[in-house]
Write a protein that binds this ligand. Sequence first.
Ligand code: SUG
Length: 447
Amino acid sequence: MQTAREFNFDGLVGPSHNYAGLSFGNVASFSNVKSASNPKQAALQGLAKMHALAVRGFAQALLPPQARPNFRLLRAIGFTGTDADVLARAYRESPVILACAYSASPMWTANAATVSPSSDTFDGRAHFTAANLNNKLHRADEHAQSTRTLRALFGDERHFAVHDALPSTPAFGDEGAANHTRLCASHGGKGVELFVYGRVEFDPSAPSPKKYPARQTLEASQAIARLHGLDAARTVFSSQNPDVIDQGVFHNDVIAVGNGNVLFYHEQAFHDESAVLAKLRTAMDGVGAVLDPVRVDTNLVSVADAVASYLFNSQLLTKSDGKMALVIPQECQENLAVARYLEQLVASGGPVDELIHFDLRQSMRNGGGPACLRLRVALTDVEAGAMHQGVIMTEALYATLVDWVGKYYRDQLEPKDLADPQLAIECQGALEELTRILGLPGLYDLT
Ligand code: SUG
C-alpha cells in the first residue's frame, strides 16, 4: 500500500458571487433571493478557510472560478450583438436567465465531480467524472469548464482519467461528490465507495420526494461506478430518505459525511438505515476496516436544525494523531441544539475530538457550507507530484490571492448590477490575471 493524503480542493469564489434564488429545494438559496452579496468578503472567507487548514498541515489546494457571465449560454438562447447588447437585452427580457449566466455556483466544488482514488479503480488510476448538474439551468453548463479544469490539473494520463459528464438528461441527474463518500482504513488502501441517490428513473415505485426535486439518480451513480471501474464488492448504493429532501436536504452532504472508518450522519438521512449500515459493514470487512457510525438522533438535533446549521455539511479531517477534527460553519455554534450536541460529541471520547469553525456566511446564504466548498481527492505521493502544482495552497499563494481579490472584487453586488457591462469586464480581467498566478494559461475557453 502506498502512502496517500486526502487533498481538499476548495472552490475559489468568483468576482460575481451573488444571490439569485435559483435553487428550488435549497432553503437558504430561496430565502436570500435578491439580497445584496459581498463578493470580496465571500472570496476572503473561503481563502481564510483554505489557509487555516493548510497551516494546520492538511493537504489543501483550490479549483479556480468559472468564467462569468456565461456568454455561451446567453448567445445560445438568442441574445446577440456586442457583449454589452447581450447583457442589456438579457436583463430586460429575462433577468433570471442573466442571473443563471452569472451564477456563483461553481464555487461549491463538491458538485464539480465524483472522484475515485487509484486504490479503488480497475486500472490503478485516479478517476474523475465531471457532474452534469442537469437539475438546474444555472448549473447545467458547469461541467464543460469543470472537465477542462480537471484535465488541466490532472492531465497526466499515466495517473489520472478525467471523464466527460454523463449524458445531460434527467435519467442521469448527477451532482458529483455531494452524494458520494468513501470509507476506508487509510486513504492509500482500498476503500468502500458509498453512493447516495434521491430517485430511480426506471423504477417509479422507488422512494422519491414529493415537494422538492431529487437531483441524483441511481442510474447516474451506477454509471459512475462503471466508468471508474469500481469493484462491486466495495461499492454501496443507498437511497436517501425522500422525506428529508422535502425538508431542504437537497444533497446528501447536508445530512451525512464520512471519512476514514467514520460515518457521521443523522438518524433520518437514509431510506433504510439498517440496510445501509449492514452493507457498509460487510464491504468494509473486505478492506480490513470496521465501521464507526456516529449517529445523531432527531431528539438531539432535528432535521430543521441540521439544515439551518449545516452541522453535517462539515469536513471530517484526520489529524496526525489519528483523531478527527470537524470543520463547521459558525452557524453551528449559534444554534442552541447543535452547539449543545457538539459539546457532547467532542467530550464523548469518540473519533472527533476537535471543532474548527469558520465564518462562511457569504457561502452559507446560498446554501453552501464547508463541505460544499471542497472536492476531496485522495492522492498517493507520486500522484500528488504529478498534478499541476500551481493550485496548492501555500503562504505565498494565499498572500497573492488576497491581493488579487482586493484588486478586482467588489464589496457589494445587487441584482441590478448584473446588467452593468463593466462587471463583465472586471470579471474577465480578474480571471486573466488568475491564470497567470496559477500557471494555467488557456484554462478558459473564451471563444
Ligand atoms: O446547488 N446553491 C447551490 C449550493 C450547493 C451546495 N453544495 C453541496 N451541498 N455540496 C445549489 O443549490 C444557489 C445559487 C443562487 O441561488 O444564486 C446555488 O446554486
